[in-house]
Design a protein around this ligand. Structure first.
Ligand code: URA
Ligand code: CA
Length: 433
């Protein structure tokens, strides 16, 4: 088999065989196929697309390019949740203990944040002592006993995806549905999930800026999952503005605790209940989303979900007493308000740029090596659709430096006030096909 023939075939709009896709992924992973040929093929796929079978084969080949995690020693259906990335997305911190408190095993492999989106591990590390350095055995034992544990990314998972994603990043081929869908799904499948709930974001803060593109990506991933025998459900949710009120590591932990107490932001709570009920259904613990939602609300109101969060923190070395005393979380030195320059309604809050503002404060990494400041970030007081008076605070900046003029300017540039505004729809669709 010759790589040039495969490139020409796809360039001319033909379907690649399973063997051809395997040849490409294996050869590229081993370094036998050079970057220039891989990028030519990525560009051909970008223009010519792939059918469902090719997409599933590409996903499978990437899964098989490296280690896979075997979670079969954990009882029950392991349901993983994946978000395509958002700003102030605190859902994982709430969902993990919440669904675990209903007996759904949560064996979560998580990463650190890069760019304007935060990572679950960074957020959890704002709790003194908490760590994710567990052996495979400890991890499995914890999930079997208490239903929830989080481990850092380890092993050589999907090396083909790592190489190909980096190449796509510099060859103008990131934005291709078959390439994004196979990239995301290969990582979830390699990490051992039996079933997958996808939160595909749409809007300014998301990869997919329009609802139409988000739906295409969601359908593609659901079809791949079902093709390779992992039940997959996707929801399309709004990321035109940040989720909830808090953006920043310790600030989001506080928000997660409040949500587990039933006092969380409306949008975050709604998203958690929607994603959570799909997870509960896939795990076989409920038949309908109404039934699942009832169970989740009961876990919140009875205190069961919060107790599970404390247990989870303590199991991984964390100081669970922070839950009852939020001042034990890292605190920023300065709290600076952002007053509205005019009266009206908040009409737009550009999510990704607000994420960047939080990153500039030190809450996120610009490069992998950056050390982040867990205490800093933003807490919104207003969301899109809310009324605001001139001089009233739109949000509070939590900072460890006194001068935040650069951050304020970035925020003013990306928060718009108009005479009228409507609240955006949070959940667009649930895709189960
Ligand atoms: N996220 C991924 O993991 N892969 C892509 O290709 C795009 C976004
Ligand atoms: Ca938030």
């Amino acid at each position: 088999m010759r790589m040039v023939d495969i490139i020409e075939k796809k360039r001319d709009g033909q379907e690649l065989t399973t063997a051809e896709i395997n040849f490409f992924i294996e050869g590229y992973t081993k370094g036998e196929i050079p970057d220039y040929q891989a990028s030519a093929l990525a560009m051909a796929i970008y223009f010519q697309d792939m059918n469902d079978r090719e997409r599933a084969d590409l996903t499978r080949a990437m899964v098989e390019s490296g280690d896979t995690i075997d979670l079969s020693a954990i009882d029950g259906v392991k349901v993983d949740k994946h978000s395509t990335g958002g700003v102030g997305d605190t859902t994982t911190l709430v969902l993990a203990p919440l669904v675990a408190s209903l007996g759904v095993p949560v064996a979560k492999m998580s990463g650190r944040g890069l760019g304007h989106t935060g990572g679950t591990i960074d957020k959890l590390e704002s709790i003194a002592g908490f760590h994710v350095e567990l052996t495979r055995e400890q991890f499995i034992d914890l999930v079997n006993r208490d239903k929830v544990a989080v481990i850092g990314q380890s092993g050589n998972l999907t090396p083909a995806d790592k190489k190909l994603y980096a190449l796509r990043d510099v060859t103008g081929t990131v934005n291709s549905i078959p390439l994004i869908a196979s990239s995301i799904m290969s990582k979830k499948i390699a990490a051992g999930a039996d079933a997958i709930v996808l939160d595909v974001k749409t809007g300014d803060g998301a990869f997919m800026k329009t609802q139409e593109d988000a739906e295409k990506l969601a359908h593609a991933m659901v079809r791949i999952g079902n093709h390779v025998g992992r039940k997959t459900i996707a929801i399309i949710s709004d990321m035109s503005q940040p989720l909830g009120f808090a953006i920043g590591n310790a600030l989001e932990v506080k928000e997660a605790i409040e949500t587990l107490q039933g006092k969380g932001p409306k949008d975050l709570t709604e998203l958690v209940l929607t994603l959570g009920s799909q997870m509960v259904i896939l795990a076989g613990k409920a038949k309908t989303s109404e039934e699942a939602k009832e169970m989740l609300l009961d876990a919140i109101h009875s205190g069961k979900a919060l107790a599970k969060f404390k247990e989870f923190l303590a199991n991984q070395g964390g100081d669970a007493s922070i839950v009852d005393d939020l001042t034990k979380l890292p605190q920023a030195k300065y709290k600076i308000e952002l007053p509205a320059k005019q009266s009206g309604y908040i009409s737009r809050m550009v999510a990704d740029e607000i994420g960047v503002a939080s990153m500039i404060l030190g809450a996120g990494r610009a490069t992998k090596e950056d050390v982040i400041d867990l205490a800093v970030g933003l807490v919104l007081h207003k969301k899109v659709g809310d009324k605001v008076e001139e001089g009233e605070s739109i949000l509070t900046i939590y900072s460890n430096r006194e001068n935040v003029e650069d951050v304020k300017q970035k925020l003013y540039d990306n928060i718009f006030i108009a005479d009228t505004a409507t609240t955006p729809t949070l959940i667009h669709t649930v895709i189960t096909e």
